[in-house]
Design a protein around this ligand. Sequence first.
Ligand code: PRP
Length: 172
Amino acid sequence: MSSQRVLIPAEKIQARIAELGAEIDRDYPTGPVYLVGVLKGAVMFMADLARAMKTPARLEFVVIASYGKGKTSSGEARLIKDLDHPIEGFDVIVVEDIVDTGITLTYLMQVLRQRNPKSLRIASLLDKPSRRQRPVTVDYRGFEVPDQFLVGYGLDFSEDYRNLKDVCVLDG
Ligand code: PRP
């Protein structure tokens, strides 16, 4: 039986998101900024980050399938749900819950770059650089996390735990 313990409590997550929202406001004073959330993990962060920003934001979502993902991620990625609107000429921030190997974002950034956005950056609540297989730079990073299996605040294990308010470590 798995047990979970809190790694990043809800209040700390929300305080950090407020800072990130203010940073984005400073960087994009006029907007609109397209926030591109990667389902499903990013949904909580996307909702809170968008509301932490004063700059007008437009919300888009993509779904990316990765092959060979269980508790560890490996292999390649494929877009199975595309953007609903063109992003050409717009400022775009990709919103992720976590960057692990970097395979998902390396693929997505390459896809989005071909759409000719005005700018393209990455916001990720969590960053696990110790697991990186492909170089990915996170422009707006919430927290650097150790190499432990994390759940909560969007992150799942077999679809469970996504609605926890805290980011937790799953033990056992
Ligand atoms: C997770 C997470 C990122 C990706 C990061 O998604 O939300 O999209 O893995 O891993 P990587 O850097 O090794 O590519 P997952 O495929 O588990 O789907 P989910 O968001 O629906 O949980």
